[in-house]
Design a protein around this ligand. Structure first.
Ligand code: ADP
Ligand code: MG
Length: 247
């Protein structure tokens, strides 16, 4: 595997006069959780959106598994194994949790002929889909429509959908948002194990979760990464404390 799963170099993105991304560089290494933190409006989601392909950068480059993906669309990046979950839910609300994951498994298998078979009884889809649901702790909710799940359960389901794509890296933008303490704790444990399979670029404002989980932390302020380091390096960095922790 490439030494750097993801390499983001000198990205720039403006919205009118606002430089939302101002020369940001970071990388993601095999097996790690790399947390991206920073105040509200610092440009975390804008950066993640450029990495996933939802937004085109004005300048800079993005390499994934050694390939320059800067100009590729979201679907191509997803097929290469770059998975993301959204701050805004992208689930088929009327479908059951199981069916949502099965659709992702099916998309991964890329077999459109299956369309003509009774999908819900197709074990080549139900079995892997149930496995993904179990891994995120949702097996008992398989038949519940996405719309009827709690907010936290929907976040778990989004991750199961992402898992079904057999990702090589995860981009997670505030996956704990709106979760209760139990959901956050379960998700923290799950992410901890997940990084072995695929490294995770994690945007999270819950600092307890970040400090418990992250192998490295990057701090984004006004569209610039002002520091990257281990949890203890970041906690003790005077510039970070001044710019972000408000000291
Ligand atoms: P964060 O995720 O760190 O809270 P965002 O990336 O959402 O920050 O936003 C960074 C800045 O860019 C903010 O000032 C925000 O208002 C602005 N912004 C984000 N998206 C857009 C957009 N589509 N059009 C105009 N301004 C935007
Ligand atoms: Mg955001």
């Amino acid at each position: 595997m490439a030494e750097r799963v993801l390499e983001v170099k000198d990205l720039e993105k403006s919205f009118g006069a606002l430089k939302a991304t101002n020369g940001a560089s970071l990388d993601l290494r095999p097996g790690e959780i790399h947390a991206l933190i920073g105040p509200n409006g610092a440009g975390k989601s804008t950066l993640i959106n450029q990495i996933s392909g939802a937004l085109a950068p004005d300048a800079g480059s993005i390499r994934f598994l050694g390939t320059d993906i800067t100009m590729l669309d979201t679907a191509r990046r997803a097929r290469m194994g770059l998975a993301r979950t959204f701050q805004i839910s992208s689930l088929a609300q009327e479908f059951s949790a199981l069916r949502n994951v099965m659709l992702a498994v099916q998309a991964r298998q890329g077999t459109s002929l299956r369309f003509f078979r009774p999908v819900m009884r197709d074990a080549s889809l139900t079995e892997p889909a149930m496995r993904m649901l179990s891994r995120v702790g949702l097996a008992g909710r398989a038949n519940v429509p996405a719309a009827a799940l709690s907010h936290g359960e929907r976040r778990q389901l989004e991750i199961a959908v992402a898992l079904a794509m057999e990702p090589k890296a995860f981009l997670l933008d505030e996956p704990m948002a709106g979760m209760g303490p139990e959901g956050s704790k379960a998700l923290t444990g799950f992410l901890h194990g997940l990084r072995q399979e695929a490294p995770i670029l994690l945007v999270e404002h819950d600092m307890d979760a970040v400090f418990a989980l992250a192998d490295r932390v990057s701090v984004l302020v006004y569209g610039r990464i002002i520091a990257t380091g281990s949890v203890s390096e970041i906690r003790n960095d005077p510039e970070v404390r001044r710019a972000y922790l408000g000291e």
